[in-house]
Write a protein of this length. Sequence first.
Length: 127
Amino acid sequence: MWTARIDPTFHVRGVRVSPDDDSVKLTLARIGPFLDWYPDPRGGFHTQVSLGLAMQVESDEKGNAIKPAGIGGAGAFGLGYEWFLGSQFSIGLMARLATGALTRSPGNGEERTFFEVAELSLTSTYQ
């Protein structure tokens, strides 16, 4: 499970719209399986791929959720490196790019959201 709270930039009918204040936030959650592969089990380099369900809640300038939430699919690909602190424990960094598509129907038609989120995360593995 991954979560993020982001300041969005919208593209409405081909026009880029970016709120000029801190009024609009998106909370994005992705849930699903992932595969983490270490080409050399004794080395720290690894790649990751995931597919899953995505959910998004937009909040207004007062912090209230705008309903309904968006639901759709997401995928991500990441590259990372971990340093072993013991025989079975390591910590490291991972760069990941997540992308997906969500749909919601607020009553005045259907809205589609496509997203790309670049992530840098601290990782740990116990094996």
